[in-house]
Write a protein that binds this ligand. Structure first.
Ligand code: FMN
Length: 341
């Protein structure tokens, strides 16, 4: 039994065209040889490749053009933005585990005023799509950030972060409950015509229900998932390794966990899913697509090298050629379950 899915069944598709500058297509190699079509559509927004930079790893994309070939990245997701500037949590804020990274940054960000005055004008110069990550501690915060950025222009989509595990109020508080997550989407949906993605927390027992609630209120897509709440202790001092005590675990350690979360969500809703969690190779990305993801985000692996997203794109192209795939649509959701005995 194989599961084939349509790219999107949300009402947003067709209703909205892709806005802003056209994304360049990765369709021809050196010497003009045809390459497989890597482009994907999320609620009418065309991304030239299915590989995005996850929120928090590229800041606001400053100087990104110098280290990443932005023509090969489908979009940059900005660091989550809150109405007020935030310094974040006390240090230490990062701790490396054998197969992952724990962070307790605590949504340190420039705040709305700084973003609109200094960051957004720079972002508009990039030749890639810009997805603005929206955060907050109350419904009003989310509304304020989204409406202000929407009015300023330059964003191509929004990713609503209802999943930050590193702040005491807001964030994950909304994402842990289907009804609270739905309330956020209900409030934000009328405020923008741009695609609205919701970034879900994996720290729930039934992520499918949260996803379904968001889609029923008009979310165009889901990013699955944010980090996993984790604790590391220094036995010598008997103190937590992170200043904020617990942190969010990311990196290779979480890939099998997030693959399962993506499976749960793609089994439940038809809206496009952007997979995120432990992706550091093309194989990782392709596994998520086989499980039903439309696109992927790369986070922690960028800390090893900002060439990683580009290498992943090259690896996807090689796989498509080897398997005579002309588009990723042919691969999406094709995981085959063993026949029942
Ligand atoms: C240092 C750091 C900062 C992050 N900041 C944010 C953030 O501001 N907003 C957000 O939605 N996710 C944030 N994340 C989570 C990532 O976007 C991603 O969901 C998570 O790390 C899992 O992907 P990965 O295993 O590829 O890193 C952050 C992750 C790291 C490691």
């Amino acid at each position: 039994m194989s599961r084939q899915r349509r790219e999107s069944t949300t009402p947003a598709q067709g209703r909205r065209g892709s806005r802003g500058r056209p994304a360049r297509s990765v369709s021809a190699g050196a010497g003009g040889a045809r390459l497989p079509d890597l482009s994907v559509r999320i609620a009418g927004l065309r991304l030239s490749t299915p590989v995005l930079l996850a929120s928090g790893v590229a800041g606001y994309g400053e100087e990104m053009g110098e280290v990443v070939d932005l023509n090969r990245v489908g979009a940059i997701v900005t660091k989550t933005l809150t109405p007020e500037e935030r310094a974040g949590n006390p240090p230490p804020r990062l701790f490396e585990t054998p197969a992952g990274l724990m962070n307790n940054i605590g949504l340190a960000n420039v705040g709305l005023e700084g973003f609109l005055a200094e960051v957004l004008p720079q972002l508009k110069r990039h030749r890639t799509r810009i997805v603005v990550s929206v955060g907050g501690f109350s419904l009003r915060d989310y509304e304020k950030v989204l409406a202000s950025v929407d009015a300023a222009g330059g964003a191509h989509a929004f990713e609503i972060n209802v999943s930050c595990p590193n702040v005491r109020a807001g964030g994950i508080h909304f994402g842990c409950s289907a009804s609270r997550a739905a309330r956020v989407v209900r409030a934000l949906r009328p405020l923008t015509a741009l695609p609205l993605l919701v970034k879900l927390t994996p720290n729930v027992t039934d992520i499918g229900s949260v996803a379904a609630a968001c889609v029923s209120e008009g979310a165009d897509g889901l990013t699955v998932a944010n980090t996993y709440t984790a604790l590391a202790v220094d036995l010598r001092t008997r103190r937590p390794r992170l200043g904020g005590v617990t942190g969010g675990l990311s990196g290779p350690a979480v890939k099998p966990l997030s693959l399962a979360k993506v499976w749960e969500v793609t089994s439940r809703v038809k809206a496009p899913v952007i997979a995120c969690g432990g992706i550091s190779t093309a194989e990782d990305a392709l596994e998520y697509i086989v499980v039903g993801a439309t696109a992927v985000q790369v986070g922690t692996a960028c800390f090893r090298s900002f060439k990683t997203p580009e290498l992943i794109v090259n690896g996807i192209i090689a796989y498509m050629k080897e398997n005579s795939l002309s588009s990723l649509q042919e691969l999406r959701g094709t995981m085959t379950l063993a026949p029942a005995e």
